[in-house]
Design a protein around this ligand. Structure first.
Ligand code: HEC
Length: 147
């Protein structure tokens, strides 16, 4: 199947770029969240009027959120509870049912927001607010901020 060539490619990359050798679920999920951070900054700037509203960018941000919400929960194997610079709370594993509720809600809200196809700042603000309520509530329960 595809596994062997993929593994070979990963190993080759690790040899060529030793700094990438540490890449794993922690770095992957942090990269997804960094994307959320960038999108939220951009969305917030548009809503504040710091940058002009642009419908294409707004809808792209909402689509990014939906993709992020879908991918994010797949990067929490038991082997990634600690290590690297993770800020993941042990509650993700000890309160797995609550974690599932939080990640399911994030997926549901981001999918609904992406389906809204916003046309102006008012409609974007509504979709954006629906998504970003998840950031704070999930971080409170499941992220231990280090700095
Ligand atoms: C379902 C839970 C959940 C939701 C929803 C969520 N986050 Fe996170 N976020 C986390 C967890 C857990 C971490 C820590 C990941 C790690 O370090 O392993 C994190 C980390 C981050 C980080 C730090 C990334 C880094 O390592 O540099 C940023 C920035 C961030 N989130 C932004 C957001 C924004 C913006 C939203 C909303 C659009 C959001 N998050 C929604 C759980 C969530």
């Amino acid at each position: 199947m595809m596994l062997r060539p993929m593994l070979a490619a990963i190993l080759a990359t690790a040899v060529i770029l030793p700094s990438i050798a540490l890449a794993g679920p922690i770095e992957d999920r942090q990269a997804i969240m960094k994307g959320n951070g960038r999108d939220t900054k951009m969305g917030g700037d548009m809503l504040k009027g710091a940058v002009p509203f642009d419908a294409a960018t707004a809808n792209k941000i909402l689509a990014n959120y939906a993709a992020a919400a879908k991918a994010f929960p797949t990067h929490f194997p038991a082997s990634s509870k600690t290590g690297g610079e993770t800020e993941a709370s042990p509650a993700i594993w000890t309160m797995a049912a609550d974690w599932k509720i939080a990640t399911d809600k994030f997926q549901k809200d981001t999918a609904a927001a992406a389906a809204m196809t916003v046309t102006d700042a008012a409609s974007f603000g509504k979709a954006f607010g629906m998504v970003t309520a998840n950031c704070k509530s999930c971080h409170e329960g499941f992220r231990i901020k280090k700095s």
